[in-house]
Design a binder for this molecule. Structure first.
Ligand code: AMP
Ligand code: GLY
Length: 420
């Protein structure tokens, strides 16, 4: 089949890498893609938030399967529009994507199905929100309801921080995403992510991961999209995983189906785990980035079979083969990220690295200019390795990143520290 992947990050490069290894894949297209993806796919300049452009492309290129990477096209209903034209699509409807695009919606779903999560209240006005914060005390967590590019959550250690945060949100810094606010109890514990495919009814767990959100070693500095990740997450033991499925994931999938908005695609659950009990922090309706890179490294070609079965409503027919392996990815970012950084700097010596099923350089923000690889984003490369242990994957990934010659980039040297 001809396949189209929407997106241009490291997540989509790793999806393309896995999909391309499967004999079911004939011609692979990525829109808009990046320099790394041009080696394995045809990259095409179409607007991934414009249904008619995507549909015309699918018709003209005989596309039989579309995989949607980022949340923005999902939230505006690109999956609905593709399915309406009978194109097999991996990704939830706009209604189901509210599990990411509205925190208040997700809290309501948790209430209905009794999924453990932080105690909360919703507000559309400043004064009652401030009163609530004063009553509950700090630490406390303030969240803009809608999609805010990962910046809409304030984990406030003091009342002052919480109140300033809520004032900022209501002053309109996130536009429509901030017309409603969710205020949550601060949960203590260790965080982990769990990835599950759902076809609306059946679920298929596809791995656990932990990422490093802060920019500097020791989990210090400002938040980023993620500076590295590894899979599996040791804290997600068999017992924790099975509680997560029976108390949170399956009830959510059933509740979505009862509400007439069956969830079809990958569900990315963020948990806070304390004393062996998982509680939901948030859902995302897409793969994590860079968590996807470590999952794809471990799943390889079978990821495509699972995604097709998911889109067809046949997940009950799929069984994954798991090796007893571990994967780790390091994000190579442009100096200055997540603040201001230079674009257009040259990355050298990438051709010195021999890639294999155990080492891959996934590109996240690169462009090809006159045969040179040029950095074109904040997070630029994801050096990803697989090994029989996390220690081995870690060693291979760091040995590999040291071979790359890029003066304008930096990376954390402690990815995986918690599990190592
Ligand atoms: P979110 O965008 O909801 O994932 O929030 C971003 C980060 O804020 C999470 O990964 C957590 O580290 C933290 N966070 C969110 N909600 C809570 C909570 N209720 N208690 C503690 N930390 C939280
Ligand atoms: N790495 C976090 C995310 O993709 O949301």
């Amino acid at each position: 089949m001809n396949i189209l992947i929407l997106g241009s990050g490291g997540r989509e490069h790793s999806l393309a890498w896995a999909v391309n290894q499967n004999p079911k894949c004939d011609i692979l297209y990525c829109a808009p893609g990046n320099a790394g993806m041009t080696k394995i796919a045809k990259c095409v300049e179409i607007n991934i938030e414009n249904s008619s452009e995507i549909l015309t492309f699918c018709e003209n290129h005989d596309i039989q399967f579309v995989i949607i990477g980022p949340e923005a096209p999902l939230a505006i209903g690109i999956a609905d529009d593709l399915r309406a034209k009978n194109i097999l699509t991996f990704g939830p409807s706009a209604a189901a994507a509210m599990l990411e695009s509205s925190k208040a919606f997700t809290k309501g779903v948790c209430d209905s199905c009794h999924a453990p999560t932080a105690k909360y209240a919703r507000f559309t006005e400043l004064e009652p929100a401030i009163q609530y914060i004063n009553k509950e005390g700090a630490p406390i967590v303030v969240k803009a309801d809608g999609l805010a590019g990962g910046k809409g959550v304030i984990v406030a250690m003091t009342l002052e921080e919480a109140i300033n945060g809520i004032k900022d949100i209501f002053s309109g810094i996130f536009g429509k995403a901030g017309t409603e606010v969710v205020i949550e109890e601060f949960m203590e514990g260790e965080e982990a992510s769990f990835f599950i495919l759902s076809d609306g009814k059946n679920i298929l767990p596809i791995g656990t991961a932990q990422d490093h959100k802060r920019v500097y070693n020791g989990d210090k500095g400002p938040n980023t999209g993620g500076m590295g990740a590894y899979s599996p997450a040791p804290i997600m033991t068999k017992e924790v995983t099975s509680k997560a499925i029976s108390k949170i994931i399956q009830p959510t999938i059933d509740e979505m189906s009862n509400r007439g908005m069956p969830y079809q695609g990958v569900l990315y659950a963020g948990f806070m785990i304390k004393d062996g009990e998982p509680r939901l922090v948030e859902y995302n309706v897409r793969f994590g980035d860079p968590e996807c890179q470590v999952l794809m490294m471990r799943l390889g070609a079978q990821a495509l079979d699972a995604m097709i079965a998911c889109a067809k409503g046949e997940l009950d027919k799929i069984q994954l083969n798991w090796a007893n392996d571990h994967a780790l990815t390091i994000v190579y970012a442009a100096n200055g990220y997540p603040g201001k950084y230079k674009k257009g700097t040259k990355i050298l010596d990438l051709d010195q690295i021999s890639e294999s099923t155990n080492v891959q350089i996934f590109h996240a923000g690169t462009k090809l200019e006159k045969n040179n690889i040029i950095a074109s984003g904040g997070r630029v490369l994801n050096i990803t390795a697989r090994g029989a242990s996390l220690k081995e994957a870690h060693k291979i990934a760091y040995e590999t990143i040291e071979k790359i010659n890029w003066e304008d980039g930096f990376y954390r040297t402690d990815i995986g520290w918690r599990a190592l």
